[in-house]
Design a protein around this ligand. Structure first.
Ligand code: ASP
Length: 560
């Protein structure tokens, strides 16, 4: 019972199920007096069974906003089959009425899930899951489940460990992904595998991550990068079509290096044209003090020409400078051109022509900073996103998908400078760069590709290492001693030595896809029972302390 109104002796009840709402009218003309009285006492969110006749509403009483607004049910019987206590958070909301705080909604998830918006999200999720299954099965992929109690599968996060009761002091890990198992399936001859896989990563939570999440995980043998990209395009096109959108495949491609150069990020949002330019040679002769020192130290001046950017207010520009500084840049220099006038923090150094060389036309602005790429790229990425948010320019297209390819195989660890993998340690080096592996590991590209949609990463994949010797070399680069390699990954290396076909795959972050296609504001709105950003399940109250006797059986001691 969604809502009740008593009007002149007739009780109108909005009855809700997962398909929507229908109005039930309970009045003395057609319902026994006891039924009318029962309806008058009906509490919100109670579960009722109603019998009656569906009748057309009189024209003046029709409600065009409701799918069932032309009819109502005239109830002749009404039974309460599940009485509800007064709900701690309301489910029915008036127009414009705010939602209760999210913490409360997560605490009373069983009620929040009754909300039509969340019901719609989970129904879409169901349809997308079925569609993914069908698309992959039609492409001859086999759905095969892999274990949840496993050995660690490194994907760059920490493992959730599960103590073994029967083997004191030993632990299973929950899979960060089915990566190793799907490779073993290729070695075993299954050729094409997929799974709607649960993955577990214990990481510091950011707003769009959950410690457990679902991937559409695929792997195929006797394939190269082109084949895998084709499969993923087919699955994504099927998912978008299920949500009523057409995607044009093949998606455009960009190298990681280009993406970093032109967008400052490996997740470029291609809906908007303006990109980052290298303005070092234009700006150097102008003698701008803000840049001069850094330029002597080999830095570059990079910036964004913003069409219509002179509409940015002084306050906007100041806040954009704060954004750049928060990302580590020394600040943001800016110019605006209006007519023959160039103004701005470094405007006096620019003629109209000099502004023109940066691509700044009448009514535009340019925002620039200086430094090494590691500093300017993230700063200008954030500035670009913030400019898009503030100026809200018309996007070129609604759905901008692209591939980012040729990622670096390793990245320097920010603290130690040692190589850490960009994707995971099973990713094949680019064949043209294998020779650089020992000489210049950071210059080595990988057969690693990401799918990006409107500035969001949808997933990653790679062609895998199938040569056991190369796999050992990569582990050694990552700092593993030979004995460690054998202990942690010997089973995989042994399998690769048993005759491994070339293979590669991909994983689509399914929760994120549902979030983007449903228009939900958060991953928590597309997962039935999500965790908070602090990795807590507020409804059921997990994690929680374990009882001493349970810990003893597991041979675990907790130190506080
Ligand atoms: N295992 C990878 C991941 O979870 C996906 C892949 O390489 O197929 O990101």
């Amino acid at each position: 019972m969604h809502r009740r109104r008593d009007l002149g002796g007739i009780v109108f009840v909005d009855l809700r199920d997962r398909d929507g709402i229908v109005q039930v009218a309970i009045g003395p003309g057609w319902a026994p007096a006891a039924v009318v009285t029962r309806a008058q006492g009906l509490g919100a969110e109670s579960v009722v069974v109603v019998e009656g006749a569906v009748v057309a509403r009189p024209p003046a009483m029709q409600n065009a906003e409701l799918a069932t607004g032309a009819v109502e049910v005239q109830a002749t019987a009404l039974t309460v089959v599940g009485a509800a206590e007064t709900p701690p958070i309301p489910v029915a909301r008036g127009k414009g009425e705010e939602l209760p705080a999210e913490e409360l909604r997560l605490r009373y998830r069983h009620l929040d899930l009754r909300r039509p918006e969340l019901q719609a999200n989970l129904m879409l999720r169901h349809r997308l899951l079925q569609r993914a299954r069908r698309a992959l099965s039609d492409l001859d992929f086999l759905e095969i489940e892999t274990p949840i109690l496993t050995k660690p599968t490194p994907e760059g996060a920490r493992d959730y460990l599960v103590p073994s009761r029967v083997h004191p002091g030993e632990f299973y890990a929950l899979p960060q992904s089915p990566q190793i198992y799907k490779q073993l399936l290729m070695v075993a001859g299954f050729d094409r595998y997929f799974q709607l896989a649960r993955c577990f990563r214990d990481e510091d939570l950011r707003f769009d991550r959950q410690p457990e999440f679902t991937q559409i995980d695929i792997e195929a043998a006797f394939v190269g990068q082109e084949d895998v990209l084709g499969y993923v395009e087919a699955v994504l096109a099927a998912l978008w079509s299920e949500a009523g959108h057409r995607l044009a495949a093949p998606f455009p491609r960009m190298s990681w290096r280009d993406a970093m150069e032109r967008y400052g990020t490996d997740k470029p949002d291609l809906r908007f044209d303006f990109t980052i330019g290298d303005w070092t040679s234009h700006v150097r002769p102008l003698g701008v003090p803000f840049f001069q020192n850094a330029l002597q130290n080999g830095a570059r001046v990079r910036g964004i020409a913003v069409p219509g950017g002179s509409a940015l207010s002084r306050k906007d520009v100041d806040q954009l400078a704060e954004t750049a500084k928060a990302a580590g840049a020394p600040g943001l220099a800016w110019i605006k051109r209006q007519g023959e006038q160039v103004s701005g923090s470094v405007g006096k150094h620019f003629t109209v022509d000099a502004a023109g060389t940066l691509g700044v036309r009448d009514g535009d602005a340019a925002l620039m900073t200086v430094g090494v790429d590691r500093v300017t790229s993230p700063a200008l990425d954030r500035v670009r996103q913030e400019v898009i948010r503030r100026l809200a320019p018309a996007p070129k297209m609604a759905h901008a998908l692209c591939w980012v390819v040729d990622f670096p195989l390793f990245q320097p660890d920010p603290e130690t400078g040692r190589p850490v993998f960009s994707h995971h340690p099973f990713t094949a080096p680019h064949p043209d760069d294998v020779a650089k592996l020992d000489r210049d590991p950071f210059a080595c590209r990988a057969l690693h590709y990401d799918a990006v949609y409107n500035g969001h990463e949808l997933g990653s994949g790679s062609i895998r290492i199938t040569d056991p010797a190369v796999q050992r070399r990569i582990f050694a680069h990552l700092g593993l001693a030979p004995a460690d390699i054998d202990e942690r990954f010997g089973f995989l290396i042994g399998a690769l030595a048993a005759g491994a076909p070339p293979h590669g795959g991909f994983a689509i972050g399914f929760d994120r896809v549902v979030m983007l296609l449903s228009g939900a504001g958060s991953l928590r709105d597309v997962i039935a029972f999500p965790k908070t950003t602090a990795a807590r399940a507020l409804f059921e109250g997990a994690p929680g302390p374990a009882r001493a006797e349970d810990l003893a059986v597991l041979h675990v001691k907790v130190e506080s």
